[in-house]
Design a protein around this ligand. Structure first.
Ligand code: BGP
Length: 474
């Protein structure tokens, strides 16, 4: 039996990368330091294999070849991020790095010449060191500099770039820096994390206000759109009939999904989460006028990163002190779950359907696209290489196909999801795992001058994109 899942003619097919993970030349060509450079100097062993991102996958030199391959695998769109400290090496002085302007202009031109729509993100985890010295997202001062940087990007590239994103997964630096100790500078303080999260949400609204003002005064074309990329990890209770599990799961969902989604899309903070924060004396400092900015400047377009669900059960041993979201729930390991051992993440394709239906029902069915989804395989692609050198990454194909079918189901039920970008175009450097896991449609041969090679998943994606459909043979 053959089953077909069709997508709309103008569906966005593509992939995503970030500057920090791919560009290389990390302190060359005038680039200023980020917190990652500081961390690597202090503690290189913290990175898998002691490998930093000095060269990453040298996208800065390979981008033309990479774009050729994007074309070959059917991309009509592609997300990258601008590195704040490449464009403005020292945000305190605001001086623009002309080399960076040229690079990003060339990159955008090359994409457009190949009919690949650029999606540009302003912030993908790469905090300038000078901004961290001011307090990073905890400091409202940093918001001013972020707005200056964003405005500069709109002025420089807004003529050519239609789709903009303020942040990629803004909850991750909060988790990393303030809750779970996996991003420098390891502040580990829940209350300060809440403040940083609030400020990040405010920064999104301030930049959107600037974007709108520029459109109103005619310095930015009217059809330009701006959004945010959120990692939405839905929570599922261990036992649907256990009220304590349900309660724990709802709190977890409020923390990891509603926290950013509500203010960025609806313009208001989630009431239950607010109450919980108030009850535990965790509310951030805020002003009424800031709440108004958040209310009036919501996103046009939502990027959804989805990798895994959260399985939750009621807390078994109560924490004496509230130290983070985990003071309200325990993680639950579901027996029989599908699991990607290499990355340590559960695979649950229905999660993406659930998110899209949630967005449809509770967030005005705002226009969205899947901005990241993918499968990290540890050395996986060498494992998949056959005697002719072809990389048969069937596990990745299955992963993407299963998620696309769920996305298709949601669209059939009315979801306004307009595209799918896989993480990632090519294997790259990861903040958590350096080069441990491979994610790409393109294999990057690190033993052989970083040469790229299209994997089977890339050829498979080319067919899907060309025909706008998935064909499943049962
Ligand atoms: C997302 C990030 C990406 C990317 C991806 C894979 O959270 O936006 O930058 O790294 O996850 O995760 P990891 O690199 O941790 O395996």
């Amino acid at each position: 039996m053959k089953k077909e899942y069709k997508f709309k003619k103008d569906f966005f097919w593509g992939s995503a990368i970030s500057a920090l993970q791919t560009e290389g030349a990390h302190l060359e060509m005038g680039k200023g330091k980020t917190t990652w450079d500081i961390w690597m100097e202090k503690d290189p062993d913290r990175f898998f294999g002691g490998e930093g991102n000095a060269v990453a996958v040298d996208f800065i030199n390979f981008y033309k070849d990479d774009i050729k391959m994007m074309k070959e695998i059917g991309h009509n769109s592609f997300r990258f991020s601008i590195a704040w400290t490449r464009l403005i090496p020292n945000p305190l002085t605001g001086e623009i790095n002309d080399v960076a302007v040229k690079f990003y202009n060339d990159l955008i031109d090359e994409l457009l010449a190949n009919k690949i729509e650029p999606f540009v993100c302003l912030f993908h985890f790469d905090m300038p060191a000078a901004m961290q010295d001011l307090g990073g997202w905890e400091s409202k001062e940093v918001l001013k500099y972020f707005n200056i940087y964003a405005k500069k990007c709109f002025e420089l590239f807004g003529d050519k770039v239609k789709y903009w994103f303020t942040h990629n997964e803004p909850i991750v630096p909060i988790e990393g820096c303030y809750l779970y100790n996996f991003h420098y500078p390891f502040i580990n303080d829940f209350k300060r994390g809440v403040q940083a999260a609030y400020n990040t949400i405010l920064s999104n609204a301030i930049v959107i206000r600037t974007f709108k003002e520029m459109k109103a005064e005619g310095t930015l074309k009217n059809d330009r759109e701006i959004g945010i990329i959120l990692s939405l990890t839905p929570s599922y209770p261990r036992d649907l009939n256990n009220p304590e599990d349900l309660k724990a799961s709802k709190i977890c969902h409020d923390f990891f999904v509603r926290s950013f989604l509500d203010p960025c899309v609806l313009g208001e903070f989630n009431k239950d989460l607010n109450k919980l924060l108030k009850d535990h004396n965790l509310m951030p400092e805020y002003k009424e006028e800031e709440l108004l900015i958040i209310k009036e400047n919501t996103v046009d377009f939502l990027g959804i990163n989805y990798y895994f669900p959260r399985r939750v059960k009621a807390k078994e041993i109560k924490d004496e002190k509230v130290t983070g979201p985990h003071s309200f729930y325990d993680d639950y390991e579901m027996p029989g779950r599908k699991f990607n051992q290499d990355r340590g993440w559960e695979i649950f394709e229905k999660g993406v359907y659930d998110i899209l239906i949630d967005i449809k029902n509770n967030y005005g069915n705002i226009k969205s696209y899947i901005s990241e989804n993918g499968m990290g395989r540890h050395g996986g692609d060498e494992r998949d290489t056959d005697e002719n050198g072809s990389i048969n990454d069937d596990a990745r194909i299955e992963f993407v196909k299963d998620h696309l079918i769920m996305i298709n189901n949601a669209i059939e039920e009315g979801s306004n999801c307009v595209g799918y970008h896989m993480w990632s175009l090519m294997d790259n450097w990861s903040m958590s795992n350096a080069f441990k896991n491979r994610y790409g449609f393109l294999f990057v041969d690190r033993e052989n001058g970083l040469k790229r090679k299209i994997k089977k998943s890339g050829y498979w994606m080319a067919e899907v994109a060309k025909n706008n459909k998935i064909v499943e043979v049962e």
